[in-house]
Design a protein around this ligand. Sequence first.
Ligand SMILES: NC(=O)c1ccc[n+]([C@@H]2O[C@H](COP(=O)([O-])OP(=O)(O)OC[C@H]3O[C@@H](n4cnc5c(N)ncnc54)[C@H](OP(=O)(O)O)[C@@H]3O)[C@@H](O)[C@H]2O)c1
Length: 278
Amino acid sequence: MKIAVTGSSGMLGTAIKQVFTDKELIALTRNDFDITDPDSTRTAIRDIKPDFLIHAAAFTDVDGCEADPEKAYLVNSVGARNVVIACEPINCPVLYISTDYVFDGREKTPYSEGEHPDPVNKYGLSKLIGEYFVSMLSSRFYIVRTSWLYGKGGKNFVDSILQGLSGNKEIDVVNDQTGSPTYTQDLASRLKELPGKGFGVYHITNSSYCTRYELALEIVRIKGIKARVNPVTSGKLARPAKRPGFSALASTRLQHEGISEPRHWKEALKEYLTGPNI
Ligand SMILES: NC(=O)c1ccc[n+]([C@@H]2O[C@H](COP(=O)([O-])OP(=O)(O)OC[C@H]3O[C@@H](n4cnc5c(N)ncnc54)[C@H](OP(=O)(O)O)[C@@H]3O)[C@@H](O)[C@H]2O)c1
């Protein structure tokens, strides 16, 4: 099976390239085509003719999207549309990577696939419109929502905490944002199992959830760093884009399809922080 992945130079793309070793993987970057250009996207995908396409390319800077919502719409919404329009005539299923940030974060229990999305920032809105384009224009699609990604080859919260502590003995971390930290390797291994399964929306994260403060405490504990982590509110560390307060995802669909839920986030984090990847 010929599987193509957009955004292959990004963080998730890096893990997909490591995990999909026994399949014929075509790793696409911006140099192959810019997803905002419908003509080059269509021509390139028609010529490659993949059997399955994972669309991971996106404008992922949440505060950047808030500052430039037109770019967010162009890359995350129209880009997804261009990819789907290119895949449909060659009967290629599309797997669109989406986000927990499509939800407003007002719930107290993890969001399942059927719950109503209502994003609180421009990044989440642009990804949700991308979901709408994918579901309306593709006859064979997967939408995989995931959250709080970390891994090799990209900017992420786990690495930022380590960098923040490299010259300091104290760090402030928000304790009013809850989600499921997800190791890109674990997500990629589940994505590999999806071709041939039922189409539609899936939630895939490492299991269980925590606040960003609790995540930082676990990073410090695993690495044996002598530092103080202070819990603060999002208001104290004001960022341009609002974040949902609670955005943990429930992976109900995976079980129905006979795919095991990824391991507990603490186990995955330990492997990342103590393994050869960091
Ligand atoms: N990171 C998270 O915490 C998180 C959480 C939930 C969902 N997601 C979703 O997961 C997916 C992967 O995220 P990631 O963290 O791996 O992202 P990333 O590291 O920022 O990588 C994004 C990739 O998209 C490419 N790209 C951006 N604009 C493009 C364009 N116009 N044409 C072609 N390629 C373009 C980038 O290429 P360049 O390097 O050339 O710019 C890069 O390779 C995204 O769909 C994201 O929305 C991420």
